[in-house]
Design a protein around this ligand. Structure first.
Ligand SMILES: Nc1ncnc2c1ncn2[C@@H]1O[C@H](COP(=O)(O)OP(=O)(O)OP(=O)(O)O)[C@@H](O)[C@H]1O
Length: 571
């Protein structure tokens, strides 16, 4: 269907109108509409559960709407189940790879395109793959296995694959979540180049700063409905957030900072590590988190901060050192022991380590406290529901109720269930690895507020993240670079100095008095851990994030420049 341009109809890359989709009692899309024009970078934003992913699955032919129409370039969408035809129209690059990790780049590019009955000529296939990658300016070895590629290259391969089918609409679902600042720059650069060739992008992100950086148009969905489409330039961020939340501009976000809190009233140590180390990931670490304190471990991809968190919660087994909670030693390398010792665990990968998708919200939220839900090892459903209802309210989880299977929740709401579960046991210390990943702007504040409350009630919290907004809630932030704590900041740090420390270009310490914990450090100059290469590849923990997000655009821009100019410069 054509959208009206100046005097003559402009054919859209995609036009969805009157889309309705129900899941039982849940209305995921309620008459929603969206038009993306050729060459446009169009952002789709909205709170968790607003209907964004549902629209994506409608636009890619994965879900059939109950009502409404979709057209591509004015032509009706392909029929149900005609996968090949849908592939020629639109493709979605998800956070989770849709490629086959064990196969090579060339095999993935030509997956499902082999002619039946004919032997595959591998050399010719690799050659065709090489040409295809070159056509789209993607630098990847056709013979490399996908599992050996970084996130960035893998995304480029997926984009090249989609374009080679003929698709001229690429949907990117949180594409920057696992990229560092330099990777984001390269991705955005590539997208700009493709836009100039008429490729349209639909960009889904909870990072509004990226929307401003990359997109020219933004559409907001709220509660399954379209509420706004506007040019990005000239739309104030407050107004954009107001459209997402339905609240007045300026009312929706109240940035939480450590100064709101009981900073400076830190009490006894609740978590202590001595010489904790994992070869190739992080050097021996002495860390103290005290009661009432929220400590941040800031670091970019491959810095080792996520690996430290995973060692603390038992997901990885350190090579040496000790962990103690409230003075009592914790057996390392075991999640159950960590939980029993009082460590609340919010892992990074909620699907692999967090949730049982087929079980209800209530069951998932109470997995760690079943012993408290009834007498003599029994679990009283009423108590489980009651507990879950409290969590649903305090974390603002959008669900039909405690009995809803977690598989039916949107991504951001699933993340909140993981956090609910970690809090259920009232841990002595909460260790949260990138806790706001995929969570919308308003829920982020609520969620970080809950973390703050945990500390204010006398526990401790460790937030492991590269998101500046996550770190603002901390009383102290330790910057991790190449597996070592290289700088410490008290509350009141500037975005630029923290980003610089995460990027390894400043020894930092600005604003940090070091008094609250006092004894952190990279083990007296233990140096770079074995295997931590300068290019950050070796020993890189599986997916961490990107430095420099969520600050103001100026600072984030600064972080990118720093990345470009200072590769591997250890302080
Ligand atoms: N398979 C399903 N079964 C039941 N309900 C579903 C299903 N898929 C989505 N929903 C519901 O539809 C609504 C919209 O979900 P959707 O995943 O589209 O939201 P979203 O905007 O992508 O959220 P997020 O930002 O958290 O990813 C939510 O209330 C969700 O619980």
């Amino acid at each position: 269907m054509g959208a009206e341009g100046a005097g003559r109809p402009v054919v859209s890359a995609v036009c969805a109108e009157g889309i309705v989709k129900r899941y039982g009692a849940t209305v995921a899309l309620d008459g929603a509409h969206l038009t993306v024009r050729p060459g446009e970078a169009h952002a789709l934003v909205g709170r968790n559960g607003a209907g964004k992913s549902t629209l994506v699955s409608v636009l890619t032919g994965m879900t059939r709407p109950d009502a409404g129409t979709v057209t591509f370039g004015g032509e009706p969408a392909p029929g149900r189940g005609d996968t090949a035809a849908w592939q020629r129209k639109a493709a979605c690059v998800h956070q989770k790879s849709m490629t086959v990790p064990e196969l090579t780049v060339a095999e993935n590019l030509y997956l499902n395109r082999f002619q039946g009955g004919r032997a595959i000529r591998w050399r010719a296939l690799r050659e065709r793959a090489r040409e295809l990658l070159a056509e789209y300016g993607v630098e990847a070895d056709p013979a490399a296995r996908i599992k050996d590629l970084g996130v960035e290259q893998r995304q480029f391969v997926e984009i090249a694959r989609a374009l080679s089918f003929g698709a001229r609409l690429i949907i990117l679902d949180e594409p920057t979540a696992r990229l560092d600042a330099a990777g984001i720059d390269r991705l955005f650069g590539k997208l700009r180049g493709l836009r100039a060739q008429g490729v349209a992008f639909l960009f889904i992100s909870h990072h509004l700063q990226e929307v401003y950086e990359l997109c020219n148009t933004v559409t907001v969905f709220r509660d399954a409905r379209h509420v706004l489409t506007a040019p990005v330039s000239g739309l104030a961020e407050d107004d954009l957030v107001a459209a997402m939340t339905g609240e007045e501009a300026g009312a929706a976000r109240r940035a939480r900072t450590a100064s709101d809190t009981a900073a400076g009233r830190a009490g006894e140590p609740v978590l202590r590590t001595e010489g904790l180390t994992l070869a190739g990931e992080f050097a021996p670490l002495d860390l103290t988190v005290r009661a009432g304190e929220v400590v941040g471990l800031a670091g970019a991809t491959g810095s080792g901060n996520a690996a430290i968190g995973e060692a603390l919660v038992g997901l990885r087994t350190p090579d040496g050192g000790r962990i103690a909670v409230r003075g009592r030693p914790v057996r390392t390398g075991s999640v159950p022991h960590a939980i029993d010792a009082g460590i609340g665990c919010v892992p990074e990968d909620r699907h692999r380590e967090g949730l049982i998708l087929g079980r209800s919200v209530a069951e998932n939220a109470t997995l760690t406290v079943t012993d408290q839900l009834g007498p003599l090892g029994t679990v009283l459903p009423s108590r489980t529901r009651e507990f879950a209802a409290r969590m649903i309210a305090s974390l603002d989880i959008k669900t039909t109720g405690p009995g809803q299977p977690v598989s039916g929740l949107s991504g951001g709401n699933q993340q909140k269930v993981v956090i609910a579960r970690a809090l259920a046991r009232e841990p002595s210390v909460l260790v949260a690895i990138r806790p706001t990943n995929g969570v919308d702007v308003k829920s982020k504040d609520a969620l970080l507020g809950v973390v703050r409350e945990v500390a204010d009630r006398g526990s401790g919290a460790l937030i492991i993240s590269d998101e500046l907004d996550d770190l603002r809630v901390c009383d102290r932030v330790l910057a991790v670079f190449h597996g070592r704590v290289t700088a410490e900041f008290g509350s009141g740090w500037g975005d630029h100095e923290l980003v610089a420390a995460m990027e390894g270009v400043a020894s930092g310490g600005g604003g940090g008095d070091g008094s609250a914990g006092g004894d952190e450090g990279g083990a007296g100059g233990a140096g770079q851990p074995e295997g931590a290469a300068d290019d950050g590849d070796a020993g890189q923990p599986k997916g961490s994030g990107h430095a420099g997000h969520a600050g103001d655009a100026g600072d984030a821009g600064a972080s990118r420049r720093l990345t470009d100019g200072t590769e591997g410069t250890a302080p």
